[in-house]
Each structure stands twice: as C-alpha cells, then as structure tokens.
Design a protein around this ligand. Structure first.
Ligand SMILES: Cc1cc2nc3c(=O)[nH]c(=O)nc-3n(C[C@H](O)[C@H](O)[C@H](O)COP(=O)(O)O)c2cc1C
Length: 406
C-alpha cells in the first residue's frame, strides 16, 4: 500500500462510512490517513453498522466511531461541532441513498447533518451496483452535488459485490487518499477553464475500416476527473474510448483528427478566450487516408494507401496565442532512449510554442494503468513515476495550478 503524500499530515478529517459492502475498505482508508499523520473522526451510518463493526475502527483510530445524531454522551450539537472541527469531510463509501439525501439537503442522520453544516471541502467516494449508479435519479443527484461543489473520487469500472462488472465500484483506498490529499495540496483550480483532449483518433478508410492507435485515454480522463475535483470547469474532448465521463465534466465525443480540431476550436474560441489551459493528451493521428472510400473496399491483390498529414493542432493553437493564456501542455510519446526523448520534447516545446511537454515512452504508458513521464519545460526536466495515472494527473495539475497562479 502506498502512502498518500504529506498534505494530509495534521489535517482533521471526518471519515463517514455508509451502508455498502465496500464499507470494509474504509478501514484501509482510515489506516492510510492515520499513517500519513491525519487526525480522523469516524462516523458510521446505521446501515454501515450492518456491514462493519465499530471495534475495527476503534482499534485503528484509538477512539470509538460515532453514529448517533442524538448521542447522549455529547452535549450540544454533535453534527455542528464535527463540521466546524473538520478540515475535510470524506464519505467513503457513499451509498446511493446517502447521495440522494445530500442532494436533497436532508439532515436526518449524523452524516447528512454534518454535510449540511460543513464549510470544509466535501469528498464522496460512491459505491453501488452499476444499475444504481447509472439510474437517472442518481445521476441527477450527482449533478446537483457537483454543482454544490462536492468533489468525487470514482466510482470506477470493475467487479462489484454481486460479481457483475460495471461502473459503480468504489475507488481503491489509495486513490481516495490521493484525492483527499489533492484537497489540501494548494493546487486548487477553482473557476479555471480547462480543455483536455484524450484518447486516440480514428481515421476512416471506408465505412467499416479505420486507422487508429493504441491510446487508452486513461491519463486524459484521469486529468479531467482530478481537475474537476480541484474545482476546474472541464471540457473533455474524447476520441473513441469506452471510458465513463467523470462527474461534472462536459464531454464532447469526436472520431477523426479533423473533428477533434473543430471541437477544439469551439471549446477554445477563435481568439482562445474561452480557456485558461489546454492539455493536449489525445494521441491525434499524424496522417489520414487521402480519400476515404464511400463503399467497403473489396479484397483484390495488394492495396496501397495514400495518406496525407493531419494538421498539427497544438502548433496551430501555439501560433495563434499572443499572451500567457491559455497555458498550453503537449505530450511527446516516443520509442527512443531517454536522452533523445527529452531532446525531442524540448524541440516540440519551442517549435509549437507551448509551456510544457510531457515526455513518455510508449512501452511505459500506452494502454497501461501506470506511467513514467518527464515534465519538460524550457530549462527543466522533472521525472515522475512510474505511478498510477491518477497520481501522474495530480502531479501535472500541481504544475498547472502553480503556472496559473503566476
Ligand atoms: C447486502 C447489501 C448491500 C448493499 N450495498 C449497497 C451499495 O453498495 N451501495 C448502495 O448505495 N447501497 C447498498 N445497499 C443499500 C443501502 O445499505 C441502503 O440504501 C441504506 O439505506 C443506506 O443507508 P446509509 O446511506 O445511511 O448508509 C446495500 C444493502 C444490502 C442489504
């Protein structure tokens, strides 16, 4: 288990656990937070007590968890006091029921009452059956909560308690711990308008065939999720990938490089005034077929494809930018040695007139859940990882928030 980074040290975190089978994972999260130096109050909902025993949390935290809004051992208003004494309120796992009570502004149990009284950041890690997560009622609640400023960690795609697969599994404790530390990292992006591109492009050869690449879109989607969680307004322009849209993110689906170009200029505005930063994480095809056939190509001997170059979208944006905004981040993916990779990243930096190039090796990023990268600036080359892509996204957003604060 990796420890979350230091910003959590000395923070007062109220960790609320609601009624889901994933409740047992809250014990691992509590351990991570304690190890990182946070002081934690644990609150278990009545339903959570059906899944996990208070003794586990008492043992790990050195004090009994709370549960009762009308706890007689506490004089005064326990929920108001807890809210006032928290630097962050974390609900992990957050049940569908809990999300609905939070979205409605109810205060009918200790957790909902604390959430309604809290002025500190609130982070929820939903966990539920995929049918519950995708239900329009839950999605309405997620939109309401996002608009209210609640941050989300997950849910993620994977196996849920019933053995079925889908979107609804709780993010792993390490990921939630990372999101919690993101609340304190000083890397806030409140109100910043980010455009992020992600995934491959797909260039049609005929109505049924295409040229594409192996980009999974995972890093771009992680960037969108984490940026939204830091308070940014995020437009995610996504190539053809089957990844779920992170809560609160505006998604525009595209296929070809040319359709990405159109979506990009719409998102940025012709004078680039609609965005504070652009992160170009998509793997845009360098070439497209000169002419896509209108009917399916028939097999008959060797076939020569004639390709023509696609526009270099980042270079076009760089050429049009006159001031310091939007901050421009590009990617350099190569199969070369480290030295050649950094040199080519530097070349891209000046040629395309961008602020940062994220250099990475194909074998250490494409299609993987983790990544090793180097953040290449005009005079710097900061290596990072290998680490999960969510963690790499946080690192890149730390850089971006510093740059935007300048
Ligand atoms: C075995 C079992 C598993 C459950 N798992 C979940 C779950 O993963 N997510 C969820 O939203 N609700 C789940 N529920 C339903 C909630 O426990 C129920 O809606 C409860 O009212 C939640 O209350 P709370 O949010 O106050 O903890 C489960 C119920 C049972 C009986």
């Amino acid at each position: 288990m990796s420890e979350p980074p230091p910003p959590v040290s000395g923070r007062r975190i109220t960790l609320c656990v609601t009624g889901s089978i994933a409740a047992y994972k809250a014990a691992a999260l509590l351990r991570l937070l304690r190890k990182a130096g946070a002081s934690v109050e644990v609150v278990l909902s009545r339903a959570a007590l059906e899944f996990v025993g208070p003794a586990t949390f008492q043992g790990l935290n050195g004090k009994p968890p709370l549960s009762d809004l009308f706890d007689r051992a506490h004089g005064g208003e326990l929920h108001v006091e807890l809210a006032r004494n928290s630097d962050a309120l974390v609900i992990a796992p957050a049940s569908a029921d809990c999300l609905s009570r939070l979205a409605a502004g109810r205060a009918d149990d200790l957790i909902a009452a604390i959430a309604l009284s809290a002025h500190c950041p609130v982070l929820v890690a939903p966990a539920m059956h995929p049918n519950m997560w995708s239900h329009p009622a839950t999605q309405r609640n997620v939109s309401t909560l996002t608009a209210d400023g609640v941050r989300f960690a997950g849910p993620v795609d994977g196996e849920v308690a019933s053995g079925e697969r889908g979107l609804g599994r709780m993010a792993e404790p390490e990921q939630i711990a990372l999101a919690i530390s993101g609340l304190f990292s000083g890397g806030a992006l409140s109100g910043q308008r980010l455009v992020i591109t992600a995934g491959p492009t797909l260039e049609a050869l005929d109505p049924v065939r295409s040229l594409t690449n192996r980009s999974s879109g995972k890093l771009g989607f992680a960037l969108a999720e984490r940026a939204r969680s830091r308070g940014a307004e995020v437009t995610l322009i996504a190539g053809p990938v089957a990844l779920p849209t992170p809560p609160g993110v505006r998604r525009v689906d595209v296929e070809s490089a040319l359709s990405l170009k159109q979506a990009l200029w719409e998102a940025l505005g012709a004078d680039l005034s609609r965005a504070d930063a652009l992160i170009m994480a998509a793997a845009v095809a360098d070439y497209r077929p000169r002419a896509a056939s209108e009917s399916k190509l028939k097999r008959s001997g060797p076939l020569t494809l004639e390709l023509e170059p696609n526009p270099d979208l980042l270079a076009e944006v760089g050429a049009r930018r006159t001031g310091a905004r939007p901050v421009l981040v590009g990617f350099a993916l190569e199969t070369d040695s480290d030295e050649r990779l950094i040199a080519s990243a530097r070349e891209k930096l000046t040629k395309k007139r961008v602020d940062l190039v994220v250099a990475n090796h194909a074998a250490e990023s494409i299609g993987r859940d983790d990544i090793r990268l180097t953040l290449v600036g005009p005079d710097t080359a900061a290596p990072f990882g290998p680490a999960p892509k969510a963690q790499a996204a946080e690192r890149l957003l730390d850089w971006l928030s510093e740059r935007l604060a300048e």
